[in-house]
Every structure is written in C-alpha cells, then in structure tokens.
Design a protein around this ligand. Structure first.
Ligand SMILES: *Cc1c(COP(=O)(O)O)cnc(C)c1O
Length: 401
C-alpha cells in the first residue's frame, strides 16, 4: 500500500526541511502545468488533445484544464473513465489503433466518444459493428511513420503504410460522418522537420485517396529539456507544422489536432529522493527504475536535471562531479547511469530534487520489491529544468530569516 500524504508548502526545499520521513516525495507544480497548457492552447492553430497516458493523475488533469485544455487523447477505458471523473464535459478521443470490442461499445454508448483512430480494415469493421454502424463517427486513419529522430521510435508498432492508409481512408469516407489522418512522430522528437516530413507523407496519401479531410492530427512528440538536451522552442515546431500544412491544400473546414503529452506535463512534477548510501561515484537513492525514474534506466537513459537539497544547516560546496544512481530494489538493472552532476561532498541523508519527471514518471512505477511508498506535496518554486548541477539550499538559515 502506498502512503499518500498531502503537504502544502512553498518550495521543494521547504517541504523537505519539515519532512519526517525518508521516502521519496513527488512535488506538483500547478502553475507550470497551467503555463504549459496555456502556451499550447494559445499557440497551436487547432485543438490540443492531452495524451492522458503520459500522466493520468487527477490533479494534473485538473491543472491542465485550468490552463485551457478541453480535449483528451485516451487509449483505454480506464483513461476514459479517469478523464470523465475529472471533466464530465470534456471531449474524449479514442486514439489507440487497436481497441477491445467492449471498450469501443462503452466509449461510444456510455461516454459520448465519437472519434476513433484505426490503422486496419479489421479495426474499421470492429468499430462499425460495436457502434451498430453509427452515423456520427469521426474515423481517423493512423499513418505509419518512417524511422525518425525521436528518442522513442514508434514506427514499428502502429500505423498503416501509405498505400493501405489511402485505401482505408476511402473506405472510412463511405461510412463515417468525418474522416481524418493522424500520425505520431515519436516521443521527445527534437527535430521540427520530422513533422514536415510526416505532413509530406500525409499529402501523398491524400492525393492517392482523393478524400477531403475533416481532421488532420499531427500527434505528440514535442520535446522538453533534459540535463544534456535543450530542444528548439515550441514555436519552431508549430512553424514547421504550419509550413507542412500549407502545402496540403486542405479543405477550409479541416480541423488541426495535436496530442502532446510530455511537453505539457514534464515540468509539472519533480521527485525528491534521499541518498541512502554513497560508494565513490555511486549514490544509492530511494526511488529508481521500478519507481518514478524508469526513463533514467538503461532502456532510455534520460539525464534528468538534478539539484541537491542538503540536510540541516549544511551547504554542499564541493565541485560538481558525475554520479550514477542506484535505485532501492535488489535488481542490478535498477541503475541510472546519468551522469548526474552533483557536488562531490554530497552526503548520505541529503536529498536530491530530480526534475522533468511529470511525463512518464510515477505512472510507470511498479511497486516491485515493496518500494511503493511516495509522499506528495504541492509547491510553487522554479522546478529543476535544464540547468545542470546544483542549487545549494542553506536550510536552517532560510528558516531563521
Ligand atoms: C504517447 C502518445 C502521445 C503523446 O506523446 P508525447 O511524446 O508524450 O507527446 C500522443 N499520441 C499518441 C498516439 C501516443 O501514443
């Protein structure tokens, strides 16, 4: 059983100072979530669908809603129910190309979902059968992507090849109220041109099918900064999309959609972990690959930004050096090579705030080995973002001041 405790404080360091526990702490930053949501909603020339899988936490959803997000990209019934429980009136889009029959029925008849993604004729037949050939469907064909430059390459799993997509689109146009094309360039895509290439491919499919498009969905994949990567600003991605769309000569009624996950929520949560042992350049911390830090493990190897929060009155003033982290479980795969730059005099008992974990963080935790306790707090200081290294927090002196 995980322990959830709500502590409202100002900064992550404030919370840590008064923490009477030595379990990891998730820090939620509502204003960061609202800011990111506003930036997307105000700058993207269409509908912004939040990709719920990235972080389905009810508070996260609520703050994105406060920032103006009203559309949600869901992939399962649990996600649909979660969105409905927070937003009874939200527009929910069912964007998984392969759905359970019961999920299609329940989404359509109980949750008012009308938009369904598909990448095969088999799925088209399934959707038609389970919605009893509904006349108000919006069917969106997912286009397969060639290998791109994203950290996670999704080209192998979903999507129809251009010829198949054109045929499927034509078939959809005969039965659906509206039709669309979607793609996903892959998560943490740092190259704006990837969207233009995907839009060129979309153009080929449109030409081949001769179908007038009602929806063009450019997917997610918008990147965020990590310790070693500062991607181009969002505006460059939106400009690339605008250039690609302009070449398509779309019907005036065509809506543009995007499905950001990571870019909306990464900054909205950090995790504060405690150093429980130090062996040379290795720090043993109380959260890891089976907890909030899955993407810091071998498979992805993200270098999250870090800063130290020293215990008591101490200041850590050593030169920055590279550390690797080990998580709390007994599996030797629970290892995060980083490197994470922290003061060399960091000590057992010190805390480390690890930023940018709002996306694909806690949602991927397993509870393996019994390390599932987590505290939660809401804070409003600046999150650790791309800045490499340490911000020293003189705890007792802050308190005395
Ligand atoms: C995961 C996913 C997203 C969100 O991706 P991010 O990289 O987090 O923006 C959007 N669309 C689809 C179809 C996805 O599978």
């Amino acid at each position: 059983m995980s322990v959830m405790q709500k502590i409202a404080r100002r900064s992550a360091a404030d919370v840590v100072r008064e923490l009477d526990a030595d379990v990891p702490l998730i820090c939620l930053r509502p204003e960061e979530l609202r800011k990111k949501a506003r930036a997307f909603v105000e700058s993207f020339p269409g509908d912004v669908l939040y990709a719920v899988k990235c972080n389905p936490d009810a508070e996260v959803l609520k703050h994105l809603g406060e920032g103006g997000v009203t559309h949600f990209d869901a992939a399962s019934m649990t996600e649909i129910r979660q969105v409905r429980s927070v937003f009874p009136d939200a527009v929910i889009h069912f964007m998984h190309p392969i759905k359970a029959r019961s999920a299609i029925r329940s989404a359509y008849f109980e949750h008012g979902v009308r938009d369904f993604v598909l990448d095969s004729f088999a799925e088209l037949n399934k959707i038609l059968a389970e919605t009893k050939n509904a006349a108000d469907l919006v069917l969106v064909v997912r286009l397969a992507m060639p290998k791109g430059q994203a950290v996670y390459d999704l080209s192998g799993k979903f999507g129809a090849a251009p010829n198949d997509a054109a045929a499927l689109l034509k078939a959809c146009a005969k039965v659906a109220a509206k039709v669309g094309i979607s793609f996903h360039v892959g998560s943490q895509c740092v190259d704006p041109a990837a969207y233009e290439r995907a839009l060129d491919l979309t153009g080929q499919v449109l030409e081949q099918s001769g179908v007038a498009l009602d929806v063009l969905d450019v997917g997610g994949g918008f990147p965020v900064a990590y310790a070693d990567v500062v991607p181009p600003p969002l505006s460059h991605f939106f400009a690339a999309i605008a250039r690609g769309v302009a070449k398509l000569d779309l019907p005036a009624q065509c809506r543009l959609w995007c499905e950001p996950g990571r870019a909306l929520v990464a900054e909205g949560q950090s995790v504060v972990v405690q150093v429980q042992a130090k062996k040379g350049g290795a720090l043993y911390i109380n959260d890891g690959v089976y907890g909030t830090l899955s993407d810091a493990g071998a498979a992805v190897g993200l270098r999250f930004p870090v800063r130290v929060i020293a215990q008591g009155a101490a200041r850590r003033q050593g030169r920055l050096r590279a550390f690797e982290f080990f998580g709390p479980t007994c599996d030797s795969a629970d290892r995060m090579r980083g490197p994470f730059l922290l003061p060399s005099d960091i000590q057992v008992g010190d805390w480390i705030e690890i930023g940018q974990v709002g996306a694909y963080g806690r949602v991927l935790s397993t509870g393996f080995n019994g390390f599932d306790e987590i505290l939660r707090a809401t804070v409003d200081d600046r999150p650790p973002v791309e800045e490499v290294g340490a911000v020293l927090v003189p705890l007792k002196s802050v308190r005395a001041a």
